[in-house]
Ligand binder design. Structure first.
Ligand code: PLP
Length: 373
């Protein structure tokens, strides 16, 4: 089957490799690399990306949930995998059988996990997640929670059938510019170090301390610790041009229909766009069910071989319209780049008022991934 008959995403694993090497080159000696491959590797295909990272010598992978980890183990990925989110305790046998590392975010879960692991007589490998200011997952440790937080972490780590290998935290604003964001990130990092000190002074030691997401890898070298944990950066964004990472996905479609419509005619649902002149209108087979955000309707252009073609009217589920009046060279079957090289996912995300992460992982299952190297 020709995967390119409708709409497809070209993925460059060579660019993933380039980005991996560019990130590696900035890390201190001995610092481990954890590749975040959750959400199907931000839409790039978790199995393919993980295989490449494993071949390159990445020490760790991270996914969001058990099903994502199972997919990787089923595909033969052998390196350690950290589950960043929650796994119900009844799946502890599966975690152990597959050699997965589970995040533990509170004492109650530690107790449940250990009880399940005890019935198998094998310990479960865990990383402790510390909430230092993100107010999402993790042991509360800020302000008045500090002493109790330390006690709870120590108690979690002392559960008989848990093997605490690592401890980590997550930054809220490490990717943002400005003094306020800097203060906030330094504050989170300082608290994280104090928590580690407090826990380790009670005889518990972690082999791997980690905190650096993309923002911290780029902006705060001193926060690499034992391992870094970039996601977006690996896929080519978020370095502000400093590391020279490159996008790895190009979302492509083609012109499937062209028609000439008179001036004054409404286009697409709601008739929100009305033609200003006789218009050469192209229909392209990509819509919001493919991951093209509907909020971009009428606000963006897509790239043709002869320049940008303005998108007209509302984006539908399976298709949308582009104005080819000023692009006479663009014909049936001409290729259209939604995002990629000439317009990056970040450019389009800015127009949509969102972040490139969302555009990349919105590219849906219906869109085949074509590995182009
Ligand atoms: C998603 C995620 C990351 C990666 O974040 P990026 O900003 O894409 O680098 C790192 N750590 C945790 C806990 C995450 O959930």
């Amino acid at each position: 089957m020709d995967l390119r008959k409708r709409t497809w995403a070209e993925i460059s694993l060579d660019n993933i490799e380039r980005n991996y090497r560019a990130i590696r080159a900035t890390l201190p000696e001995g610092c481990k690399f954890l590749g975040v491959v959750k959400a199907d590797a931000y839409g790039h295909g978790a199995v393919a990306v993980s295989r490449r990272l494993e071949d390159l010598g990445a020490e760790y992978l991270a996914v969001s949930c058990l099903d994502e980890a199972v997919e990787l183990r089923d595909a033969g990925i052998k390196i350690p995998i950290l589950i960043l989110g929650h796994t119900p305790a009844q799946f502890v046998p599966e975690l152990i059988r597959l050699g997965l590392t589970q995040t533990v975010t509170c004492e109650a879960k530690a107790i449940e996990y250990s009880r399940e692991a005890a019935s198998l007589g094998t310990p479960l490998k865990i990383h402790i997640k510390v909430d230092t200011g993100m107010s999402r997952l993790g042991f509360l440790t800020a302000g008045g929670h500090f002493d109790q937080g330390i006690q709870n972490i120590v108690s979690a780590c002392r559960q008989e059938f848990l093997e605490p290998e690592g401890v980590y935290t997550h930054f809220a604003v490490a990717d943002e510019e400005g003094e306020e964001a800097r203060k906030c990130t330094l504050g989170q990092f300082g608290l994280f170090k104090k928590v580690i000190e407090g826990v380790e002074s009670q005889g518990i030691t972690f082999k791997i301390h980690h905190c650096a997401n993309t923002g911290a890898v780029v902006n705060y070298k001193e926060m690499s610790m034992d391992m870094v944990r970039p996601g977006l950066l690996l896929y080519g964004f978020g370095d502000g041009g400093r590391l020279g990472v490159r996008p790895c996905m190009r979302l492509m479609t083609h012109v499937s229909t062209i028609k000439y419509i008179d001036a004054g005619l409404p286009v697409s649902y709601g008739g929100t766009y009305v033609t200003q002149r006789r218009t050469r209108m192209g229909v392209i087979p990509i819509g919001y069910a493919d991951g093209l955000l509907r909020c971009l309707s009428g606000r963006c252009s897509f790239m043709t071989q002869s320049g940008p073609a303005p998108q007209r009217g509302r984006i539908c589920m399976d298709m949308c319209m582009i104005d080819l009046t000023d692009l006479p060279d663009v014909n049936l079957e001409s290729l259209i780049e939604i995002f990629g090289e000439r317009q990056t996912a970040e450019d389009l995300a800015n127009i949509a008022g969102t972040i490139p992460h969302e555009l990349l992982c919105s590219v849906s299952k219906r869109v085949p991934r074509v590995y182009v190297d």
